[in-house]
Design a protein around this ligand. Sequence first.
Ligand code: BMA
Length: 806
Amino acid sequence: MVQLHHGWQVSARNTPVPVSRVPAAVPGCVHTDLLAAGLIPDPFLDANETELSWIGRTQWTYETSFQWSGPVDDRIDLVCAGLDTVATISLNGTEVGRTANMHRGYRFDLRSALTPGRNDLRITFDSPYEYTAAMARQVGSRPGAYDEPYNLIRKMACNFGWDWGPTVVTAGIWQPIGLHSWSTARLAQVRPQITVDGTTGVVDVHVDVERASTESLHVTVEVGGVVGVASIGAGSIGATLRLSVPDVARWWPRGYGEQPLYPLRVVLATEGGRELDRWERRVGFRTVRVDTTPDEHGTPYTVVVNDVPVFVKGVNWIPDDAFVTRITRERLAERFRQACDANINYLRVWGGGRYESEDFYELADELGLMVGQDFLFACAAYPEEEPFAAEVAAEAREHVVRLASHPSLVTWTGNNENIWGFADWGWPEQLHGRSWGAGFYHELLPSIVAELDPARPYWPGSPWSGTPDIHPNDPAHGTMHIWDVWNQIDYAHYRDYIPRFCAEFGFQAPPAYATLRRALHDEPLASDSPGMRHHQKAADGDLKLRRGLDAHLPEPRGFDDWHNLTQVNQARAIQLAVEHFRSHQPVCMGAIVWQLNDCWPVTSWAAIDGDGRRKPLWHALRAAYADRLLTIQPRDGGLALVASNDTDRPWQTEATVTSHDLSGKALAAVTVTVDVAPRSVVVTPIPDGVALPEEPRSELLRAVAGEQQAWWFHAEDREIDYPAARYDVTVEPTTGGYDVTVTAGTILRDLSLFPDRLDPAATVDQALVTLLPGESVTFTVHSTARLDAAALAAQPVLRCVNDITA
Ligand code: BMA
């Protein structure tokens, strides 16, 4: 394959800024081309997004030329791994193809259009809005969560904007493109199916070839030192081989074992042994199923890998940049490292984004991160008429085959919230009997998975209860999403639910200060300044942030207080939910936080913001998802100490629960022996003498077991009689930055350090530390800048909740 990534130029007619033969990146997209050429301002800054909506309503032409010296092979194809989206491809003025699905790859036979010497290749992208308008006329419009037509085109849904993302309707050659010159035959499709039986790895490889001649062919498959050979006779276009690989080591999710990967090689050759094509991947041996056998609590949804039930400590994943072509493997590796450092073991690839990349899945394979991939349908009714039925079938077949070799991929899910939407969001009244996608989720997609990837579980929706007879979001059955907490009620209500598997729940906060300062030029920056409002996309988002704050925390005095307290509140909400869910293992067997990452600088549910900075929520997740978790939970009218052991070793320890007043004085204590078997939870009631306060506003509990600790406050912070925070700080320069040691003079609640306020590149190792008087903590700050020690030791860099009491 010869890549055609050079010499591209993009042009358009009648645009607000003239765009004629502007250098274009391939792979890439028009927004980033115009940005690189200095023709548009950065859509991620301030409110620039709003003046750039014409880009999505314009027809774009990409052109390049290449030399061709004349035929040497039987065939020469143009291979497009991805075109975004409504494309007409022509060579030397002759149309060679049309496409209208960003999620598919295409191959065009160029023989009739090629000429020796210079060849002019042109790809014209029509406005997606013109296409969706035509589709609305053809098949009728359909209801959705947003007033954009993303359900009438096979294009990444969040490209049209979302409640955390900008509307940047892209066009361009978003995946590699090249010329493939070949003779005799090529590998059209390789579909490995990998299972393991005891210690024997079983690899079934289905090979399909495309032919330019009728010669007999030879296919060789090699894995783990075992070689299989098959011949493909003159009249045949495929072969199936089964290889048994003895003594394989199994692939495990992280936290359960290693991730051994085995190269799998497929070579196509002529009878005489001349190599024609080859395909290589690394595979892993494991089994996976989802246990949904009804029990006394309802219908579980338990991911079982190698016959071991796994508690899913997950996060939802969205495209890491609204311009997906900017996402490098290095950037994914960094994001995955952040996920692993937060003790996450599962990424759910949400259905409004993309079928994730090879880089994504290779990194997940290596790290032992389990992945659940949604098919690409989100928050809308989707037409099942043509051309959609054929497009959906084709894209599903392509990606099921492409991803089947990855051990990290553990489940396919039919859609995001569409079955729920049909049940609860008034769609039937708007549809008047028109199709809405049910046939995709209940028939087409499961049949494709059963045919092409039968060893991998499929679930029709997120959420889905397992049967049409039960509401799709029933906590007792299958998967559920909890959204009334963020949208309507206080986060303590997470405790009203004991979901079998919670696939979405989230709470918002603004991004890091340095991220805001890079993206917004508001002066002064305020929670309601213009840029802040533009970078808040959720319906009534700021009101919901405020409602959440008012229920728990003191009144902010200004932006800096608001920024810290909303971030604290987000972290606490999600930590409460995760600890509650874990305390109900094994009735609950999974939590997937909405959301790990962002695609631009925005106030959102993310733990890591659009510039890659970790919010306090990230630190709270690391604590709540720790292998050994100690937490205090309300149980049966009192309080209980809950110890969760997500390791393969027993956890035996003495735990002491002490009641303190706000000066740190111990009022009562109890010590219990905690003996937690591997992968399980022990709930120990705390005797009322310790658990029940005399004065809720001035007492608290702390439990300590070795390195683990847990806190319980009997009242909300805004009601607690906190002393004004007093502390001593020492700042020590180190080789990589500074050690900042804070010694508490009073109780310090949720103490954090934000060195990004002084140096945007600075990071810190921990956050949200609560100290009693006399205790201390050292924050390790990484920074190559010279930071002002006094600034490191004071607001707004060093913050705690009780630094704003009167
Ligand atoms: C659910 C998700 C997303 C959305 C999130 C926050 O609906 O599936 O579509 O961004 O909630 O509202």
